[in-house]
Design a protein around this ligand. Structure first.
Ligand SMILES: Nc1ncnc2c1ncn2[C@@H]1O[C@H](COP(=O)(O)OP(=O)(O)OP(=O)(O)O)[C@@H](O)[C@H]1O
Ligand SMILES: [Mg+2]
Length: 226
C-alpha cells in the first residue's frame, strides 16, 4: 500500500532576484512499512523535501497524496489532526518545552489527541523506558544533556504509535552506543509494527540499513539505491 506519494514537487524560496529553487521536480512514492533514507550533500534539499512530505510545508508546485487523499484540499484543522495522529517527528528544530518535565514533553501528543490522563502517563513512561530515560521523567527538559534531549524527542515521536516516523538526522548528536540503541529501536518498530521510516541522514551506515536510499542533488533525485 502506498502511504505517501509526491508528484513533480517544486519548492521555491524567496522572490525576485533572491529566488531559489530548493526542489526542482521531485517524484517519490513511499509504501507502508518501508524504511527510506534521504541522503545528499548539505543544502541539496533533503530537509525541504522532508518538511513537504510531513505536511509541514506546502510545495510551490506539485501534489502530495497521503493514504490516497490529496492533501491540498484538507483544511488546516483537519491537517493538524492528521499529522498528530499519523506522524511522529524527530527534528532537531522541534525543540522541547524547556520548562516542562521530560514526562510532560513526551505525553504532549497524547494530550492533544485527548487520551485520558492516566493512560497517557503510562504510555509516555513506556516509551521513556525504551529510550532509557525513565529515571529522568520528572526532570525539567532543560536540565538534560544534548543526547538525552534528542532521546526525549524520539520518545515523543513514538508515543502515539504513528504510522510514519520522520527523522532528520536522528542520531546526529549522539555517541555511537546511544545512536545504535536509537537505531535499533526505530528499526524494531519498523519491523514489528510496520511503522514507515523516512530518515534524512549523513551517516552511510544508517542509510545502508534502510530498504531504500534516495539521493538528492541540487533539488532533484539523482539516484535511487536499494
Ligand atoms: N527559508 C529559506 N529561504 C531561502 N532559502 C532556503 C530556505 N530554507 C532552505 N533554503 C535553501 O534551500 C536549499 C536546501 O535546503 P535544505 O535545508 O533542504 O538542505 P539540506 O539538504 O537539508 O541540507 P543539510 O544537510 O545542511 O541539512 C539550501 O540551499 C538552503 O539555503
Ligand atoms: Mg537539513
Amino acid at each position: 500500500m502506498e502511504v505517501l506519494t509526491v508528484k513533480n514537487i517544486v519548492r521555491t524560496y524567496g522572490r525576485g532576484a533572491a529566488t531559489f529553487n530548493a526542489l526542482k521536480g521531485v517524484d517519490l512514492t513511499i509504501k507502508q512499512g518501508e524504511s527510506v533514507a534521504i541522503v545528499g550533500k548539505s543544502g541539496s534539499g533533503k530537509s525541504t523535501l522532508m518538511h513537504i512530505l510531513a505536511l509541514l510545508d506546502q510545495p510551490t508546485n506539485g501534489e502530495v497524496t497521503l493514504l490516497g487523499q490529496a492533501t491540498q484540499t484538507i483544511n488546516k484543522k483537519a491537517l493538524n489532526q492528521l499529522r498528530n495522529q499519523t506522524f511522529g517527528f524527530v527534528f532537531q528544530q522541534f525543540f522541547l518545552n524547556p520548562k516542562d518535565t521530560v514526562l510532560e514533553n513526551v505525553l504532549l501528543p497524547l494530550k492533544i489527541a485527548g487520551v485520558p490522563t492516566k493512560k497517557r502517563k503510562k504510555m509516555a513512561l513506556t516509551v521513556l523506558r525504551a529510550v532509557e530515560l525513565e529515571n529522568k521523567a520528572d526532570n525539567l527538559a532543560n536540565d538534560l544533556s544534548g543526547g538525552q534531549k534528542q532521546r526525549v524527542c524520539i520518545a515523543r515521536a513514538l508515543v502515539n504509535n504513528p504510522e510514519i516516523i520522520f527523522a532528520d538526522e536522528p542520531t546526529g548528536n549522539l555517541d555511537s552506543t546511544t545512536s545504535e540503541k536509537v537505531e535499533q529501536l526505530l528499526f524494531q518498530l519498523n519491523q514489528t509494527k510496520k511503522m514507515t521510516l523516512i530518515i534524512v541522514t549523513h551517516d552511510p551506515e544508517l542509510a545502508a540499513r534502510c530498504d531504500r536510499q534516495i539521493q538528492i542533488k541540487d533539488g532533484l533525485i539523482v539516484k535511487e539505491a536499494v
